[in-house]
Write a protein that binds this ligand. Structure first.
Ligand code: G3P
Ligand code: MG
Length: 495
């Protein structure tokens, strides 16, 4: 089985920037240098001056392999050249990105994200019990869960009921009344984090804070330090433009802005509503240099999006309307937020996801230019996403327990062997595969077996992990009548 160790030095902790791999490039390209012996050699911009980012070496090939591997991303060492944008994936350095967080009281005071409303009596009682049962309490703080969302906790907007119960247990409905650390690590996309967390909190009937939440494009906020003008693709309406704004991107273009400026660019498009026109920002794109393409979410307009991306990839320096002579050099950087081919939804069988759009583009690019597309794919199972998860988990520990440390025993619970389980296995986590989503097979998955086992649903997985770490008789219920000195039920003790 491949492991992150094959390609990287030390997977379990964030690394310092590896800027020696990179060349200096200004966003206008004025200081760009190339090694013309290499194909696809456009460097990631920067001179190492990205204090807010960590550059994580890519674990998957940044080169498309349309001839051999159309079904999933390869984990080979062909990452493109050492100087290419595909050699590393920047992630934010700071653990808490205040610009993404919105959990606050009406008076602006921060709340206790992820925790229920303050109940003084219960809080006092549970902290007394935790003192009495110090050993189990320490173990509960030294474990954590990373939850996949689609196919584990929800199907689209529909709750998977066992998910609600699992979260209630972790949010304090257990014999210690303790918050057991957990984060959400989803390849989902297309909404600002605050909106998605608010929506999930309602569906799951449990609080979901932005400070414990990573969607596929969340770590891509680091790219705002690298690229000036970006084309942001995918998502409903203009929501991904909002996402990019929140991440700090300065100059954001979306395909509708381009279509509104030159409708002939996409002859296959049939509809462009008055509202879409009114909310687009047309400009003279012959004067705009786009520095990178960011596919944040699923395309809603395959024909238009593919056409515009192809035009840009073949352009001179990202200027629409131009054509470079040799498409094999100086390729415009293109990033995808995740690579899943399938996603479980309300529909009876999983639906196509962002990976299929990428594969369509790779095939078109190869057919038209004769070259493989160089691209970077964030999201599970990419190392950068897991490193970022460590950061968020550590910070979340600080939020809920005042201890800024990474718990030792981490459990990834997912439904997709090719992303959740592969990534978790390679990162040294315990992995639990559930049968409520993409995976429907008998027994364990052959190619990417979950090392902690296969479970009918998320509740079974959580309870099994809790019993392993906290004891077979650990109770999944808080008892308001508990005696804080003996740890016994005080009502029955009096009787
Ligand atoms: O594959 C698309 C995405 O919605 C999957 O999300 O939560 O299963 O990683 P998740
Ligand atoms: Mg899933």
């Amino acid at each position: 089985m491949p492991s992150f160790q094959d390609n990287t030095a030390e997977p379990a902790r964030p690394q310092t920037p590896t800027n020696n791999l990179l060349q200096k490039v200004k966003s206008n390209g004025s200081t760009r240098k190339f090694d013309h012996n290499l194909q696809h050699s456009l460097p990631i911009p920067g001179d190492g001056a990205h204090p807010g980012s960590i550059e994580v070496p890519a674990t998957r090939s940044s080169m498309a392999e349309t001839d051999y591997l159309m079904h999933s991303l390869s984990l080979t060492d062909r990452r493109g050249s050492r100087n290419s944008f595909g050699a590393s994936l920047p992630i934010p350095k700071s653990k808490r990105q205040s610009r993404l967080s919105s959990v606050a009281n009406a008076d602006g005071r921060p709340t206790r994200p992820g925790m229920p409303a303050i109940q003084p009596t219960r809080d006092i009682l549970s902290s007394q019990i935790q003192d009495v049962k110090a050993k189990i309490t320490a173990a509960a703080k030294d474990m954590a869960f990373a939850f996949d969302i689609d196919g584990v906790l929800v199907h689209g907007d529909r709750l998977i009921p066992e998910g609600q119960r699992a979260l209630e247990i972790l949010n304090g409905d257990n014999e210690l009344g303790i918050k057991i650390p957990h984060i959400f690590l989803t390849n989902g996309s297309g909404k600002v984090e605050t909106a998605r967390c608010a929506q999930l909190s309602k569906i799951l009937r449990n609080p979901v804070s932005t400070d414990q939440f990573i969607q596929s494009h969340t770590p891509m906020s680091a790219l705002a330090d690298y690229y000036e003008t970006v084309l942001v693709v995918g998502g409903e309406n203009y929501q991904c433009r909002e996402v990019a704004k929140q991440y700090g991107f300065k100059d954001i273009v979306v395909p509708n802005d381009i279509y509104a400026s030159m409708p002939t660019i996409s002859p296959l498009r049939e509809h462009f509503t008055a509202e879409q026109r009114a909310t687009s920002t047309p400009r003279d794109f012959s004067k705009v240099k786009i520095n990178a393409i960011l596919v944040f979410s699923d395309s809603r307009e395959y024909a238009t999006d593919l056409q515009i991306i192809m035009d840009l990839l073949q352009s001179e320096d990202g200027v629409l309307g131009t054509r470079k002579k040799d498409p094999s050099v100086d390729q415009l950087p293109i990033y995808f937020s995740q690579g899943d081919l399938l996603c479980p939804t309300e529909h009876p069988t999983p639906r196509m996801s962002q990976g299929t759009f990428r594969i369509a583009l790779e095939a078109i690019y190869k057919a038209i230019t004769g070259h493989e597309l160089e691209r970077v794919v964030y999201g599970k199972p990419e190392l950068a996403t897991y490193k970022y998860a460590d950061e968020v988990m550590t910070s979340w520990m600080d939020t809920i327990h005042g201890e800024e440390k990474l718990p030792k025993n981490i459990y990834m619970i997912g439904d997709n062997p090719a992303s959740d389980i592969t990534g978790g296995n390679m990162y040294g986590w315990n992995t639990c595969l559930v049968r409520t989503g993409v995976y429907q097979g008998e027994g364990n998955d052959d190619e990417n077996p979950a090392n902690f086992g296969v479970f009918p649903n998320v509740l079974e997985a959580v309870q099994t992990a809790l019993r392993k770490e906290l004891g077979q008789d650990f109770m999944f219920k808080w008892n308001d009548n508990i005696n804080p000195v003996t740890g016994e039920n005080s009502v029955s003790a009096i009787e």
